[in-house]
Design a protein around this ligand. Structure first.
Ligand code: SF4
Length: 180
């Protein structure tokens, strides 16, 4: 676990605040810079894509986001264990673990910066009814700092090239991507 007083954590939070970066952007960034760019520029079609629509309904009906997160202006994790200092993100399936971990770590780092306490991160896999803890260590902090810098550059930059990977076949942005 990293020290919540580490000045790099407040630098991370300041960068995210300046550029309006949120947890989902970090998830997309882990998968593909082009996908992150589309997300950051609000180019999506969640309301038209069947798989995304089903995912949203499943998420809503799992009561994933509860009242424990009320009052967290600018942050939207699904759940918070206030006594255990753990921020929880709920996902339907166990896929894309690294990407979802980044989203959860984003919330934990922002809470560290806001509260000065150490925060843990966890992913709740709805389908399997289990919780997976995410280790927040030095490497993870460095990765998140680099991701925040990349994302802030994407906001002002041109749409980057896409990738050619199996995930493209199930990517929720595939119809908008026109990847090159
Ligand atoms: S389809 Fe592939 S290249 Fe296009 S946004 Fe998705 S992951 Fe990136």
């Amino acid at each position: 676990m990293i020290n919540p007083a580490d000045p790099r954590i407040s630098a991370f939070a300041a960068l995210c605040d300046e550029y309006g970066l949120h947890g989902l952007a970090f998830q997309h960034h882990e998968i593909c810079a082009r996908r992150a760019w589309l997300h950051l520029h609000r180019i999506d079609y969640a309301h038209l894509e069947e798989r995304m629509a089903i995912g949203q309904i499943s998420h809503t009906h799992s009561k994933a986001r509860d009242r424990s997160v009320h009052g967290l202006i600018g942050l939207a994790p699904d759940r918070i264990d206030w006594s255990g200092h753990i921020v929880i993100e709920a996902k339907g399936k166990a896929g894309a673990v690294k990407a979802v971990s980044k989203q959860t770590v984003f919330y934990a780092l922002m809470l560290m910066a806001r509260t000065g306490h150490a925060w843990g991160a966890a992913i709740e896999i709805i389908e399997q009814k289990r919780r997976r803890l995410v280790d927040i260590n030095e490497d993870v902090l460095l990765t998140m700092l680099i991701a925040a810098q990349d994302l802030s550059a994407l906001i002002e930059g041109e749409c980057p090239s896409g990738i050619d990977a199996p995930i493209c076949r199930t990517c929720s942005y595939q119809y908008l991507c026109g990847r090159s």
